[in-house]
Design a binder for this molecule. Structure first.
Ligand code: SF4
Ligand code: SF4
Length: 475
């Protein structure tokens, strides 16, 4: 077993070359874009990542087709302000549930990052999945591995290069267009997308143009911009500096074991060098062009390609695998196992509280949302029979897929409710505004503003009890 001494570890770290801090891997000395052409990864983790991404892509491309009671199970229609999550319909009146859901998701991501680093980026982020598991694989298929790609980039324009570029651009743009269609299906439903296709471009020219613009943006990202999304655009990537600590598990180079690095030579005593044979296999496979041996960097998306590459080399030179592995800084320096720290405990408690509140709000969510307010600016009226009347407005939102008749009843005071117009029926997934008059005997009014409750019944089942005030003169 390799013995770890933290003083020795610090000394080894201080001796490591720090010149990597002077430049960014994706920008050359002239300030131009250094186009990264990573070697095709292979290995156990890459296989697992491929399986995970296949599952992910199957879900992404099949979810818009799945329906529940005639509606998609998942839809975020911002224009119509209609949201369906796992078959449940949400509307603007569920804003608080949405905000709480977003907050819970952000805290979950923070907690996940504090403990497991940026593993989400490499294994679940749509940008990485599409870039590395779809477009990059197609690129390897069309252009060949990194050496062939470099040759192709450097060769002058000729018929061969033109053909390769034309094929790649066509395939990339068409695929981007398909992806844009599926994203649109998540917004407006697959039925609507199919309808647009059947009715043709002339009938929906504006939508088609918007789709073309989005497809072109996707194409630009996957054809040219690529890792820059993770390095310079994504806010989550920027947060790593404040979220990670020495106990966070990240893709880490074990510099205690690996340094001083050096090529294997027959003349070199094995005790003089660490296990890193300075082959740069880990650098060649990196899609963001960094050298993980320089330590955790913001550019690292935890794709684990360097782990596979180094494990293969270690196996080849008959040394233990895991020179690059999922590990924390404390694991590398002191050999410590991951442990709970105060920050993880605090985030976990906040997360549990948020999840609890979210579950409660979802469980207590009603089929019909009702608000009742006294008509603004109205005053009481004295009826010919001596009773006092107030006018109220009710606004109802039906979150179900069937029409719901609503009955209002008074509690705590004798009186009569008269709905203006027809009986109240809230159409499926619709809204209804109703006005009603509440009449109360003058004898029952003991104060100028009497608090009363109005019960809301749906098919003889009380679904809500709403507090309102009734104004009237005191005898
Ligand atoms: S350093 Fe390793 S894990 Fe990080 S992005 Fe590069 S190849 Fe992926
Ligand atoms: S792949 Fe492993 S042995 Fe080769 S340079 Fe990277 S860390 Fe060193």
């Amino acid at each position: 077993m390799f013995k770890r001494d933290s003083d020795e570890a610090k000394e080894k770290k201080s001796r490591m070359d720090q010149t990597f801090r002077d430049s960014v891997a994706t920008i050359d000395e002239k300030g131009s874009r250094n186009y990264i052409l990573p070697k095709k990864p292979k290995g156990a983790l890459y296989q697992k990542r491929t399986i995970a991404s296949i599952v992910y892509l199957i879900i992404f491309f099949t979810l818009p087709f799945i329906k529940m009671k005639g509606e998609p199970v998942f839809m975020i229609n911002i224009l119509k302000r209609k949201f369906i999550l796992f078959g449940q319909i949400f509307g603007p009146e569920d804003f608080f549930i949405f905000m709480l859901g977003m907050l819970t998701f952000i805290v979950f991501i923070i907690l996940f990052t504090v403990v497991f680093g940026r593993v989400f980026c490499g294994w679940a982020c749509p940008q990485t999945i599409f870039m590395e598991m779809v477009f990059r694989k197609i690129e390897y298929w069309i252009d060949g591995d990194h050496n062939r790609q470099r040759q192709l980039r450097e060769m002058p324009w000729n018929a061969y290069k033109l053909k390769k570029r034309a094929v790649k651009i066509t395939v990339f743009w068409l695929l981007s267009f398909v992806i844009a269609n599926f994203f649109m299906a998540y917004l407006i439903s697959m039925d609507e997308v199919k309808r647009y296709i059947i009715e043709g471009i002339p009938s929906h020219f504006g939508t088609f143009m918007a789709l073309t613009v989005f497809a072109s943006i996707f194409f630009f990202v996957f054809y040219w911009f690529r890792e820059q999304v993770c390095i310079v655009v994504c806010p989550y990537g920027r947060l790593q500096g404040v979220l990670l600590d020495k106990d966070s598990i990240v893709v880490a180079y074990d510099y205690v074991r690996g340094e001083p690095r050096g090529k294997i030579k027959k003349t070199t005593q094995s005790s003089e060098l660490g296990d890193c044979i300075d082959c740069a296999a880990c650098v060649r496979v990196c899609p963001t062009g960094i050298d993980i041996r320089n330590g955790t960097q913001l550019e690292c998306v935890n794709c684990t390609a360097c782990i596979d590459a180094c494990d293969e080399i270690m196996t080849h030179v008959d040394r233990p695998t895991g020179l690059i592995r999922f590990a924390s800084e404390n694991n590398v320096v002191k050999g410590e196992r991951p442990k709970l720290n105060n920050r993880i405990i605090a985030y976990s408690l906040v997360l549990v509280a948020l999840v609890g509140a979210l579950v409660f709000m979802l469980a207590s969510r009603d089929d019909v949302e009702v608000t009742i307010l006294r008509t603004s600016g109205s005053v009481y009226q004295t009826m010919p029979d001596g009773r006092i009347a107030n006018i109220y407005n009710a606004r109802m939102a039906n979150k179900t897929r069937e029409d719901i008749p609503i009955v209002l009843e008074l509690e705590g005071i004798k009186g009569e409710i008269e709905v203006v117009g027809n009986d109240i029926v809230v159409e499926k997934e619709g809204y209804k505004n109703a006005t009603f008059i509440l009449r109360v005997s003058q004898d029952d009014i003991k104060q100028r503003r009497t608090p009363i409750r109005i019960h809301v019944y749906e098919k003889q089942i009380k679904i809500k009890s709403i507090a309102v005030t009734f104004i009237g003169p005191i005898k």
